[in-house]
Design a protein around this ligand. Structure first.
Ligand code: LLP
Length: 427
């Protein structure tokens, strides 16, 4: 079985490079990605004919380049993500489309880019079909369907069912198909994504829904997309996704649909988290160790401005320690709660949904030691913010034992660069 260093209490190396040296050279807080882990995940997914990376999980250009080298195509959900895809060297058009714009609306910049480059669109609303036709006339399109149910690791990542704003409601597919025809669009793809961090049981339900939908979608259907949502274990005891089973379910569904339609249909999956989550670590320095009543806090120089998942979802991330002056033999663990530098009580890495602060057994540490937050590669740096006027962290990719800076730390001056004081206030 694959070793999973992110679950060790002490993490001294990432991809063979010393964490202490990385912190010394690039500073903290620092995101570090181990390319080897991403390549392994690509290998595991090779059995799927088309793997479309949901770049919202981690959209750094270097990561996109790495995935492109593995034949992975891209999903883009905004003008910015289209620009990233093109910058990473993806052609705008091809078969399968190298870049698909998936959203529930076009904002104006996104529509402009889609029109200019002829990017394939996965429409999550009927209005998008109208706006696309108005901008560029009839196109080949995909429809994103909300199958009437959904599931995610949190209610906030459930993207199906009547509470969700996403996709075209399944009962409206027939009228959308008529509308598409009227507008000169050709529906060549169907897409269903029920949520992020779900499980095999719920993912399997999507197969049945897809089969029903495909029956209605008609003769031009060329591809079905199972969406993303493939879970990864954030705790050592959590099971890994049974990829064989998942693949088998979808292959069978695709085959049934192909038979039903009488022509071959391509199968796509659209994972984000699965490809990058376990490759990424957030390295922070412990800047204070203090006791509040019975509780011991480590306060580190990374906060929810760097990693928002704990405060947003009560998400659990494995926490490890790297001592600056080497790791002596194991010793009794201590219970600690871990927080960041922000002026907000929710700035805690050890919290549960609802904001309850909990503790973890950790090796003893001192100010100056490093906290290593694991499984932070997906929805980590991309959800970073400038809250409290904190610069965005630097990012490093470790490739074959060599660390490369792939995003330099934001400078304090850059935080102010696009602000202006109006003349009456300038004295
Ligand atoms: N496809 C669509 C249409 C999506 O909306 C998403 C995620 C994905 C694919 C990729 O899902 P994944 O394979 O990564 O689960 N910030 C949250 C996750 C939000 C996911 C949004 N959409 C988190 O940190 O858990």
């Amino acid at each position: 079985m694959e070793t999973r260093p992110w679950f060790s209490p002490l993490v001294e190396h990432i991809g063979g490079v010393s964490v202490a040296e990385l912190a010394e050279r690039f500073g903290t807080p620092l995101y570090v990605y181990d390319a080897e882990v991403i390549l392994r995940r690509c290998e595991q997914l090779r059995r799927f004919p088309v793997v479309r990376y949901a770049q919202k999980a981690c959209s750094n250009l270097a990561i996109l380049r790495l995935l492109r080298s593995q034949g992975v195509v891209l999903d883009a959900v905004s003008a910015g993500e289209i620009v990233r895809a093109l910058q990473a060297g993806y052609p705008a058009q091809g078969d399968p489309p190298p870049v698909v714009y998936t959203a529930d609306i076009f904002d104006r910049p996104a529509l402009e880019l889609v029109a200019r480059h002829g990017i394939h669109v996965n429409c999550g609303s009927a209005d998008m079909m109208d706006q696309l036709a108005e901008a560029v006339g009839g196109q080949e399109i995909t429809l994103r369907i909300n199958p009437g149910f959904g599931h995610g690791h949190s209610q906030k990542t459930n993207t199906g069912g009547p509470q969700s704003k996403h996709g075209i409601w399944h009962e409206q597919l027939p009228e959308c198909l008529k509308q598409a025809e009227r507008l000169g669009h050709r529906v060549v793809g169907l897409h269903v994504h029920i949520g992020s961090g779900t499980d095999l049981e719920h993912l399997a339900q999507v197969c049945q829904a897809m089969e029903q939908l495909a029956g209605q979608a008609g003769p031009h259907l060329r591809s079905i997309s199972a969406g993303g949502g493939l879970p990864v274990p954030y705790r050592p005891e959590e099971p890994e996704l049974d990829l064989d089973r998942y693949h088998q379910l979808w292959e069978q569904t695709r085959d049934r649909i192909s038979r039903q339609l009488g022509h071959p249909v391509q199968l796509e999956i659209e994972p984000g988290r699965f490809l990058v989550a376990e490759s990424g670590y957030l390295v922070a320095e412990i800047r204070a160790v203090k006791r509040q009543g019975e509780r011991t806090f480590w306060l580190v120089d990374a906060g929810f401005n760097d990693l928002a998942r704990p405060v947003m979802y009560g998400a659990y991330h494995p926490l490890s320690l790297c001592r600056r002056n080497g790791n002596p033999a194991p010793e009794p663990l201590v219970e600690v709660s871990v927080g960041g530098p922000l002026c907000e009580s929710g700035d805690i890495f050890t919290q549960e949904e609802g904001g309850y602060v909990v503790s973890r057994p950790m090796p003893q540490a001192q100010v100056g030691d490093l906290l290593v937050v694991g499984v932070a590669g997906a929805y980590g740096s991309v959800m970073g913010s400038n809250y409290n006027s904190k610069p965005l962290a630097a990012e490093v990719l470790v490739l074959e034992g060599t660390p490369y800076l792939i995003r330099r730390r934001q400078e304090l001056e850059e935080l102010l660069a696009n602000e202006q004081v109006p003349p009456p206030l300038a004295q």
